[in-house]
Design a protein around this ligand. Structure first.
Ligand code: CA
Length: 542
């Protein structure tokens, strides 16, 4: 009997434990549901503010030494007012950001989002695959009308930010000004041409004749043979003669990689390249028309050659005429369009890459409000707001002109445009895309940039290669192989390129040069680039 009672008591106890357990769960679920309901009632799927009751999100962002904390920036104060979303910024000095970011990603104290975060492709894939950061394409679809419209209008941007696994892990950042489409501006001393009675060269041979005249006819009139007909910096950005290879039908570039009809071509084994090297050695180097220091000098030495007391520089390659010879002297120099080669070819390269950054905004798994976060960041993909995020707000940096375009206000005294930008905006790495259509319509280019855009159009665009190798999202395995093969291979090509121009011997050494490249993995490298380009183009059309 006792034992039965005991047993019954135990049953009751167990039963009450079970009941109270159930009760607790029900209470928790109820709480959760009402929280969720409250959250939903607070969130506005369209319109502003985004939330009725303020919500706080934690974001981590780098900032430059000249920038105030983002919480102090006018542009973010305005966004908070409009959206009712409060950002608790943690600003890391940009120099320490990479280290801090990696520590956080490996820890359990993630922010809700990374802003202007500059995630690499490798980081996007790695942390996307392990779930540390979340895929964004569904959120974009539902809560980011500005960004969604941009991606529909510009499939190239969508393709560029889509990871090889089909997800979008990071949002784009881009100022699409195209000013880097041809970095190799080719400059000649027009005053010397006039003094020597020569017209602007139209062909490579006319150009060679001008260089000979510069060398032999004392155009600076000081009685000394001190003229430098042509100087450049071998295989350096904006200073190399890569563009001049175009006179033989195929422009070169620092990667030795161009695209025609969707096919990747390695320039440095092509017959056009070989012919160009022969010409540069026979006609130029052997005749003393190339500054021998073109293969060794640094930028300081190079730039000094434009500013010697007696003018000594005949022709050079650089991104901007003035930077080499100074503002006053620049009046005596002129840009050359691509020169027509011995077989009538006339073309200039289109720089590779240049697409959007794709790691500018990241949402982590710690974020309890991804919808609110997406709506908040989407404000920055509205073109006028994108411009203000990148350069600074209306009434501080810009005013609207009669056509509604943002035009620059005068700078405060004693501050350069570059410095001011850092004080009033998160700058170039911030989320937001300013497309080429927006530039000039929504927002003005800086005056220097306007000049460059005009020069590109006037001298180069008509001759420019139609395609380039875009900024492609590689698989980590592809990147590993590229990093394994490419640096040594390019180093060898560049060394040989210099030797062929200086010492000649292209004909005799060509076959062994090409077979060395094949042994170094050239074919595999080109296959990787082709596969990735095919994938990119397939995304473009999907
Ligand atoms: Ca002289």
């Amino acid at each position: 009997m006792k034992s039965i009672i005991k047993g019954a008591t135990t049953l009751v106890l167990v039963g009450s434990l079970i009941l109270s357990g159930c009760g607790d769960n029900n209470a928790k679920n109820g709480e959760k549901n009402s929280n969720q309901a409250n959250q939903e009632a607070n969130f506005n799927v369209t319109g502003l503010p985004i939330v009725n009751e303020a919500v706080t999100l934690k974001m981590l962002s780098p900032k430059s030494a000249l920038s105030p904390e983002f919480s102090e920036m006018e542009i973010f104060k305005r966004l908070e007012e409009q959206t009712n979303v409060k950002i608790e910024w943690e600003n890391i000095p940009d120099t320490d950001f990479a280290e801090k970011k990696n520590l956080l990603l490996a820890s359990s104290t993630l922010p809700d989002a990374f802003y202007a975060a500059g995630f690499s492709d490798y980081e996007l894939i790695t942390y996307g695959k392990d779930g540390t950061i979340i895929p964004l394409e569904d959120l974009i679809d539902q809560y980011a009308p500005n960004l969604k419209a941009l991606l529909e209008r510009r499939p190239d941007i969508k393709s560029s930010i889509t990871a090889p696994d089909g997800h979008i892990y990071g949002l784009p950042s881009w100022e699409e000004n195209n000013l880097g489409s041809n970095p190799f501006f080719h400059v000649i001393n027009k005053k010397w041409l006039d003094e020597l009675g020569l017209s602007m060269p139209q062909t490579l041979d006319e150009y060679t004749e001008a260089l000979v005249a510069f060398k032999t006819q004392d155009p600076n009139g000081n009685g000394k043979p001190d003229e430098i007909p042509l100087s450049f910096m071998h295989m350096q950005w904006c200073m190399d003669i890569a563009g001049l290879f175009g006179a033989f039908g195929m422009p070169d570039n620092l990667e030795h990689r161009i695209v025609r009809d969707g096919k990747v071509i390695f320039t440095a084994i092509q017959p056009e390249y070989k012919e160009a090297l022969n010409y540069f050695h026979e006609k130029w180097y052997k005749q003393g028309l190339i500054d021998p220091e073109s293969f060794t000098q640094d930028a300081a030495q190079y730039l000094a050659k434009g500013k010697t007391q007696d003018v000594t520089l005949g022709s050079y390659i650089w991104w901007e005429v003035e930077e080499v010879v100074g503002t006053d002297r620049s009046q005596d120099y002129a840009l050359l369009s691509p020169l027509k080669g011995p077989n009538g070819d006339q073309t200039i390269g289109r720089a590779n890459g240049g697409g959007p950054g794709r790691g500018a905004f990241i949402i982590t798994k710690a974020n309890k409000n991804p919808e609110i976060t997406m709506r908040w960041i989407d404000q920055q993909y509205e073109p006028y707001m994108a411009a203000q995020i990148h350069w600074g707000p209306i009434d501080v940096v810009y005013e609207k002109d009669e056509n509604g375009k943002l035009v620059n206000l005068p700078l405060p005294e004693g501050v350069s445009a570059g410095e001011f930008r850092q004080q009033v905006s998160p700058g170039a790495g911030a989320p937001g895309v300013i497309t080429i259509e927006d530039l000039g319509k929504v927002v003005d280019l800086e005056p220097r940039a306007q000049q460059r855009a005009k020069d590109l159009e006037q001298y180069y665009e008509a001759y420019m290669e139609k395609e380039n190798y875009p900024s492609i999202f590689f698989e980590p395995e592809e990147l590993n192989r590229i990093n394994k093969i490419e640096p040594e291979l390019i180093k060898y090509v560049n060394t040989q390129r210099g030797k062929f121009i200086v010492d000649g011997g292209v004909e005799e050494q060509w076959d062994s040069y090409v077979s060395t490249l094949e042994k170094m993995g050239l074919n595999e490298l080109m296959e990787i680039y082709q596969t990735a380009l095919d994938r990119y183009n397939a995304n473009l059309n999907s």
